[in-house]
Design a protein around this ligand. Structure first.
Ligand SMILES: Nc1nc2c(ncn2[C@@H]2O[C@H](COP(=O)(O)O)[C@@H](O)[C@H]2O)c(=O)[nH]1
Length: 313
């Protein structure tokens, strides 16, 4: 870390400041860094759940990895009772057939959930996926600003098209869907005299809605941003974040009750317990304690629970 560079830090996470600070790249020179409740280290240069405002010339190396990844929330013109497991199985095979092309959900933390609301009887879906291998196309361009920015926008467009390709597959089985929102949480934005990098964080203006999921067996909330998001470069978190690494999760998985999980949510049998062990519910933080940390930034509009899952395809 360049100790001569003064960096303002806002910590909305429950983690101690010295811990989250230690997750930042040693050569980052930021004016301001915001850690959200989902802050956690990952494979990318910046930790997940982070917003950075920097004037550093070579900032692009910090913006790479799963560029354009985001979440799409939509509503069916059907009731929850009209959901059919057979259709969910067929969606699994349709998505699997799209490996390495549009409509590829991918593995890791990416998922497709069927949701039910606590306040109405409608059927909802949440799609979380990104740019798959396309994202790597920007990695070698970090020292070529124009090419990097152009390719980055292309990759974000691909990631959005990817979510909409899955949306189309859902429509094939569940009829016309109404889009509620589609938000990219891995991107950059040129600002007046610097750049804002959002890693695992969405852009929101006051009054705008976004979605915060927690885990495959946890609740999801649709929230609106308050005026206070002016303080966070118009940003909010995109999840609750991991509490343990994938290797730690493998140890926990040995005693986890997958039968109980499968009784609570429908997971097609093609997805083995072993496949979901590093993304199982115990890997993630609790939703309500995360929301409490940002209660001045949000209004909760709607709450859902997950009742069917697809992932690790
Ligand atoms: N509803 C679900 N939420 C999930 C699932 N797996 C993870 N999560 C939450 O989403 C974010 C995704 O974050 P990312 O950093 O992996 O992009 C994560 O923070 C969890 O809170 C799931 O299967 N269903």
């Amino acid at each position: 870390m360049d100790t001569t560079h003064k960096m303002e830090v806002i910590n909305y996470s429950a983690e101690p400041l010295n811990k989250v600070f230690g997750w930042l790249p040693h050569d980052l020179e930021a004016e301001r860094v915001i850690f959200f409740p989902d802050a956690c280290p990952g494979k990318s240069p910046l930790p997940t759940g982070t917003v950075v405002f920097t004037k550093q010339e070579n900032w692009r190396k910090f913006a790479i990895s799963d560029c354009g990844c985001g979440m799409l929330l939509c509503e069916a013109n059907l009731t929850r009772e009209e959901f059919q497991r057979e259709k969910w199985d067929r969606i699994y095979y349709d998505i699997q057939a799209n490996k390495n092309k549009l409509g590829d959900l991918g593995s890791g933390n990416h998922f497709l959930d069927a949701l039910e609301s606590y306040t109405d009887d409608k059927l909802y879906f949440l799609i979380h996926t990104g740019s798959r291998n396309e994202s790597k196309l920007v990695d070698d361009l970090v020292d070529q600003p124009k090419k990097f920015d152009t390719k980055f926008y292309d990759v974000c467009k691909w990631a959005k098209d990817n979510r909409f390709a899955i949306f189309k597959i859902l429509e094939k089985y569940f009829g016309r869907l109404n889009l509620i929102l589609d938000k990219n949480h891995n991107h950059f934005e040129h600002a007046d005299d610097g750049v804002i990098i959002r890693k695992g964080a969405v852009k929101v203006t006051p009054g705008e809605q976004t979605v915060v999921p927690s885990n495959m067996n946890g609740d999801v909330v649709l929230i609106s941003a308050t005026e206070e998001v002016e303080r966070t470069y118009h940003s909010l978190c995109h999840g609750t974040g991991r509490v343990m690494s994938r290797s730690e999760a493998k140890e926990f998985a040995a005693t986890f009750d997958y039968d109980e999980l499968r009784r609570r949510i429908y997971i097609p049998e093609m997805i083995a317990n072993d496949n979901i062990k590093t993304d199982a519910p115990f890997c993630y933080r609790d939703l309500d304690s995360c929301l409490a940390l940002i209660d001045n930034l949000i209004i909760i509009d709607k709450r859902f629970s997950v009742f069917a899952y697809l992932g690790q395809m």
